[in-house]
Design a protein around this ligand. Structure first.
Ligand code: SF4
Ligand code: SF4
Length: 164
């Protein structure tokens, strides 16, 4: 009896479609795969690193690098939601299985560095212009004619004394 049931199961499995899904091709909507950063846009502000609950992200402003330890990432999406430049996304491909605790490091692109330097230069120019305008305003206020002089209180007292 058990052997017949076993044979039926084998025959059924041979002719029926697989019950599993080909995950390499069909990723369900909302799949949270590995975190992907567009280094052409990232300004290395470090907010993603601060918000990451597992400290999987490291930002090195001096070296201009953004690093992630995939084995520490829990795919919570917190970094993606908090990135002010919207350069982070959850890739739909799952992490390749492995046992090595690797750190993936990415360099800020030349394009991003140039854009950031241009922004900083523009901000400095705006600050210098504002400071110059303020100084000019202060100088103009210093050269303005003084208000009409009021008689001194001591002189008034003298006048009163003479009248008596
Ligand atoms: S990925 Fe976004 S939040 Fe993280 S350092 Fe770059 S710009 Fe900042
Ligand atoms: S998805 Fe979550 S755990 Fe992974 S790097 Fe982003 S904030 Fe950290």
């Amino acid at each position: 009896m058990a052997l017949a049931s076993f044979k039926n199961t084998i025959l059924h499995n041979l002719v029926s479609k697989p019950k599993t899904r080909k995950v390499e091709k069909e990723y369900p909507v909302g799949t949270r795969g590995q975190v992907v950063n567009d280094m052409d846009v990232c300004v290395l502000c470090g907010l993603c690193s601060i918000k990451c609950p597992t400290h999987a992200i490291t930002v090195d402003k001096a070296e201009k690098t953004w690093s992630i330890r995939p084995m520490s990432c829990i795919q919570c999406r917190c970094c993606v939601d908090n990135c002010p430049k919207k350069c982070l996304s959850m890739g739909t491909r799952f992490q390749e299985p492995g046992s090595d605790k690797v750190t993936k490091t990415f360099h800020q692109s030349e394009k991003a560095i140039a854009a950031q330097e241009a922004l900083m230069k523009a901000a400095k120019e705006r600050a210098a212009a504002a400071a110059a305008a303020k100084a000019a305003q202060a100088a103009a206020a210093g050269n303005a004619p003084a208000p009409a002089a009021q008689p001194a209180p001591a002189a008034k007292a003298e006048e009163k004394t003479e009248e008596k």
